[in-house]
Design a protein around this ligand. Structure first.
Ligand code: ATP
Ligand code: MG
Length: 569
């Protein structure tokens, strides 16, 4: 591509709306252009990079034995009503009606459509297992679209779905996909980590996310420093230490004027946080059942775990009004000394291990001390519902847990029979008996992966593309466009690079070299080839974007040298 003819409009200033490095640089380097919130046009450079990610994904999915298809974006409501998700997904779905007032949705994901396809097309165990995938634009009306391509309302996803006759066959494919994902993100030049993830109401161990490690990541990852354990904080667990044995004392109601927060209680009574228990009041938004969640004072409730424990789609904290309605006094709520009507108690498992803990007195300005689980109160459910903190003990090896930020670029998931059951996707086994298919699904945020690559590879001058994703690998720059030798050598090298299949540009604009270098650094070409003063002798400069190194190379050796360097950068 000739720069002079290209549709590239780089920006000097950083657009105000952009917060993260990838958002700023995608806009400044003329990769994308916003149409409306969470919706972008891919400009030529951005689209080239996106296709590079797509192709890596495609090659590795094909290599792993999956077959590519393309399903419709437009999906009839009936299928979603059949699976029960028309209601559950709610406002996340971009819904619309046709001229006959029939409801449709622009696909946010494709479990329903693929299950419908397979239930109609496959009837025998002989056709299974099967893994089908597509690379396609998805639509989700996100509450907070942000960070450019990171969280769009329209974005490109690779989604794959597999169908099996046995759990073992699904387990095997899950590992196959996990390996394929590792190859994909390695080839993209990313620093990433597979982590255990929430499997929602389905449960089980079959859910892993792939996270690109970056400070700007929206997710928190908990990982162990001495073993392989790594998990999204939504699901991370830690080893519950046995409480020191202590003589149980008699519970006692004491005055705690204006002392309602855990921090204040710790100070007021001069006790450790590990002796306090707080009561958080939650409502299941589906069933309206109210829960008192008991948590050690220094931990937060993990709402993902809570939802799973009570099988709720969503939960919310009670409002002040609701507290009053239930006869509860904000800041002084506890499980002891109160008659709880219609309220269920969930105790975090740590709580059941604390001897002589504090609890709200259920009267204004009072607390109980020396309350004990089992003796003074019990819970309807005891479960792990706390948010793990760095510094805790690894649940697997006893090592120390740490925390890091991550961007979820992929998610592999053992679905089991959730959709095949709902949509009645069955097959006949070798005895002629009808069985429900077992499913897996595997997603990659293709456009998010592109943004993540920039998040990990940039400096104050711009993007530093790994060669595998760079829209163009080399920018050939004649330093002075009026110098015949320089132009001739630059053109020669440019053509040689193209002939060798290396995506390259030539900056043939009549601009000063410094101006062209700035654009080149912003756009992030891994290599610049500058045809300057020594062009007459057949010598050019090869500059490596990542290291800032400059090599003098004979014009005939440029292609081979670039090929060699591409393996490293
Ligand atoms: P998130 O938790 O970030 O909202 P998700 O868990 O809802 O994502 P999945 O349904 O697992 O997403 O979708 C598969 C992949 O698609 C995700 O791993 C992510 O990389 C990507 N993805 C999901 N939502 C978006 C979005 N709004 N914009 C860009 N990529 C997205
Ligand atoms: Mg996910």
């Amino acid at each position: 591509m000739r720069f002079s003819k290209s549709f590239i409009k780089t920006l000097k200033e950083t657009p105000k709306e952009a917060e993260t490095a990838s958002h700023k640089l995608l806009l400044r380097a003329s990769m994308i252009k916003k149409l409306t919130s969470g919706v972008y046009t891919y400009l030529p450079l951005g689209y080239k990079a996106l296709k590079k990610v797509e192709n890596i994904v495609r090659e590795e999915m094909d290599r792993a034995g999956a077959q590519e298809i393309l399903m419709p974006v437009l999906q009839p409501a009936e299928l979603w009503k059949e699976s029960g998700r028309w209601e559950v997904m709610g406002p996340l779905m971009m819904k619309l009606q046709d001229r006959n007032k029939r409801d449709f949705v622009l696909g946010p994901t494709h479990e329903e459509v693929i299950t419908d396809l397979i239930r109609n097309e496959i009837s025998s165990y002989k056709s299974l297992p099967l893994n089908l995938y597509q690379i396609q634009t998805k639509f989700r009306d996100e509450i907070r679209p942000r960070f450019g391509l990171m969280r769009g309302r329209e974005f490109v996803m690779k989604d794959a779905y597999s169908f099996h006759t046995s759990q073992e066959s699904l387990d095997e494919e899950f590992l196959n996909m996990r390996d394929a994902y590792s190859r994909i993100f390695s080839r993209c030049g990313l620093k990433f980590r597979p982590v255990e993830a929430d499997s929602g109401a389905i449960g089980g161990s079959g859910s892993q996310e792939f996270h690109v490690l970056a400070e700007s990541g929206e997710d928190e990852i908990i990982y162990c420093d001495s073993c392989e354990y790594a998990a999204n904080v939504e699901t991370a667990t830690s080893k519950v230490e046995p409480a020191p044995v202590e003589e149980l004392k008699a519970a006692e109601l004491i005055d705690t004027p204006n002392v309602s927060k855990i921090d204040d209680i710790v100070n007021y009574l001069n006790i450790p946080y590990s002796k306090t228990v707080k009561a958080m009041m939650y409502r299941d938004m589906g069933t309206d059942q109210v829960y008192m969640v008991l948590m050690r004072g220094d931990y937060e409730v993990n709402e993902t775990k809570l939802r799973n424990v009570i099988n709720a789609v969503d939960v919310t904290l009670l409002t002040d009004e609701e507290l009053v309605k239930h006869g509860l006094i904000k800041g002084f709520i506890g499980p002891y000394g109160i008659e709880l009507k219609d309220i269920k108690i969930i105790a975090d498992e740590e709580v059941t291990k604390i001897n002589n803990h504090t609890a709200g007195g259920n009267k204004l300005d009072t607390h109980y001390i020396n309350v004990n689980y089992g003796r003074d109160y019990t819970a309807d459910i005891v479960a792990d519902v706390k948010t793990v903190k760095p510094g805790e003990t690894c649940p697997r090896c006893g090592g120390k847990l740490h925390s890091a930020r991550g961007i979820e670029v992929g998610h592999i998931f053992k679905l089991g029979t959730k959709y095949s059951q709902a949509l009645n996707a069955t097959y006949l086994d070798d005895k002629g008996e009808s069985k429900v298919m077992i499913m897996g699904c595997y997603g990659i945020g293709v456009s998010r992966t592109l943004a993540s690559a920039i998040e990990q590879n940039n400096d104050e001058f711009g993007i530093i593309w790994p060669s595998a994703l760079a829209p163009y690998v080399v920018d050939v720059i004649p330093a002075n466009i009026k110098n015949e030798d320089q132009v001739k050598v630059a053109e020669e090298i440019y053509n040689a690079l193209l002939a060798d299949g290396i995506d390259s540009m030539i900056d043939d604009r009549d601009e000063r070299p410094g101006f062209k270098f700035k654009d080149a650094d912003l756009i992030g070409f891994p290599f610049k080839v500058v045809s300057g003063k020594k062009a007459g002798e057949g010598i050019v400069e090869l500059k490596i974007r990542r290291t800032g190194e400059t090599l003098e190379v004979s014009k005939d050796e440029v292609v081979a040298k670039v090929r060699e360097l591409m393996k490293q950068y």
